[in-house]
Write a protein that binds this ligand. Structure first.
Ligand code: 6PG
Length: 479
């Protein structure tokens, strides 16, 4: 065959990725879709791409030069398994199958193991940046074998976004590491979006500014330390006017947030790993709460705060909200990176945290200036146990915390939900606490279940004879 790379699945993401590949020097791109119609449309709409189209999977395999490399871009789930099976039948040992969808990383681990037995390489690659990113340069998070990355690396580098001269792609780790890191990216994306939404809500309800005026606030924020794609698009969404009603679009969009599952996976995985990603969890739950119309309708007459709330100085309040957003955002990233560390340990991946922050600087949904600070933090201390404790972030939070506390207190006082702001602050205070009431929880556990406890002043495991004479005995750890 003549093509050096193939794409299977030609919906928007697949077509755009194929066009991106075709636009780079040296690539000839083979394309295949289950129904040939989509292939024909792509070929006729983009003759400049020089695609090699195939009607059957056999022809597709034959159109590729060896070792064959194909990127699957289909909706994650059972469809992915079907396409992998098809490709595995027509590919040969040494060929590479890449899954570029949002697969659950444990599926990727399973698939990699199964495909490896045939001698074919299987690479799960997280691809972020939506439709536009796929076309012009996404951030790419490939897992799989180091050997397959030798072939794949240059191809992916050629189409990835470029941040400060570097392509936003790195070999994340083996088997499911790439999809794991993409999942964390999405969890952080959820938190970032929710925090921005809370900031908007507080400003709107606190100052009475219109969405268009708040768009200006966000545009201004986008010139400072909060500079990011999500802040930028927030301003654009807020500025949009509905053609039909003449109202701000945000006021006519139904306030029930959807979710395709990657945020929930981040939290489910974090629960299994025992990592408190509370900001991300609140963001996922905030979407769930919004999407419960029956419960919300039943609750509309529940009482709110008895005192009225007024903002004395809108400018000061907005600056407080900005700082609260920045501090909460630091917590969300800190928690996300904690989960990466825990996942890497659990699944045996050697993930370089600084490299992950680097490849998120461009192309992806959470792209931001801020990620440079994360790379620097890990460069200074590779064994950093919590990102928020790195000097830069420590100082940033120190500078923001008074504002952060005022905003969370104000939200509670005003009856405005700010779950991500407030849980992030609680996490911060929990993390830095000298003593936690976990000691009391241990006492309670020991009381009702003889679950035992440890002491601060001596080695060993202890139990108090709660239903006896309440003396303490040395006990065997029953964990
Ligand atoms: C990206 C996005 C992309 C998508 C997710 C989240 O990195 O390009 O994360 O993968 O937007 O599917 O979508 P939901 O909000 O529907 O879960």
């Amino acid at each position: 065959g003549t093509a050096n790379i193939g794409v299977v699945g030609l919906a928007v993401m697949g077509s755009n990725l194929a066009r991106n590949l075709a636009s780079r020097e040296g690539n000839t791109v083979a394309v295949y879709n289950r129904s040939y119609e989509k292939t024909e449309t792509l070929l006729s709409e983009h003759p400049e791409a020089g695609f090699v189209g195939s009607k059957t999977i056999e022809e597709f395999a034959a159109s590729l030069s060896t070792p064959r490399t194909a990127i699957i871009m289909v909706k994650a789930g059972a469809g992915t398994d079907a396409v992998i099976d098809q490709l595995a039948q027509v590919f040969e040992p040494g060929d590479i199958i890449v899954d570029g969808g949002n697969a659950l990383f444990t599926d990727t681990i399973r698939r990699e193991k199964a495909v490896r037995e045939t001698g074919i390489h299987f690479v799960g690659a997280g691809i972020s940046g939506g439709e536009e990113g796929a076309l012009n340069g996404p951030s790419i998070m490939p897992g799989g074998s180091a050997e397959s990355y030798e072939t794949l690396g240059p191809i992916l580098s050629s189409i990835a976004a470029v941040a400060e001269g570097e392509p936003c792609v790195t070999h994340v780790g083996t088997d499911g590491a790439g999809h794991f890191v993409k999942m964390i990216h999405n969890g952080i994306e959820y938190a970032d979006m929710q925090l921005i939404a809370e900031a908007y809500d507080l400003i709107r309800r606190g100052t009475g500014k219109s969405p268009a005026e708040i768009a200006d606030v966000f545009a201004e924020w986008n010139t400072g330390e909060l500079e990011s794609y999500l802040i930028e698009i927030t301003a654009e969404v807020l500025r949009q006017v509905d053609a039909e009603t003449g109202k701000p679009l945000v006021d006519v969009i139904l306030d029930q947030a959807g979710a395709k599952g990657t945020g929930a996976w981040t939290v489910q995985t974090a629960l299994d790993l025992g990592i408190p990603v509370s900001g991300i969890a609140e963001a996922v739950f905030a979407r769930s709460l919004s999407s419960k119309p029956a419960q919300r309708a039943a609750a509309t007459d529940l009482p709110g705060p008895s005192d009225a709330w007024t903002v004395d100085d809108p400018e000061t309040f907005i600056e407080d909200v900005r700082r609260a957003l920045y501090a909460s955002k630091i917590i969300a990233y800190s928690q996300g990176f904690d989960e990466i560390v825990a996942g890497a340990e659990q699944y045996g991946w050697d993930i370089e945290k600084g490299e992950i922050a680097k490849i998120w600087r461009g192309g992806c949904i959470i792209r931001a200036q801020f990620l440079n600070r994360i790379t620097e933090a890990y460069a200074e201390d590779a064994g950093l146990v919590a990102l928020v404790t790195a000097p830069y972030f420590r100082d940033a939070v120190a500078g923001a915390q008074d504002s952060w506390r005022r905003v969370v207190a104000t939200a509670a006082h005003a009856g405005i939900p700010a779950p991500a702001f407030s849980s992030s602050l609680s996490y911060y205070d929990g993390l830095r606490a000298d003593r936690l009431p976990a000691a009391l929880v241990q006492g309670q556990r020991d009381f009702f279940g003889a679950h035992t406890y440890k002491r601060i002043d001596k080695e060993g495991t202890f139990h108090t004879l709660w239903s006896g004479d309440r003396s303490e005995i040395s006990a065997v750890d029953t964990h």
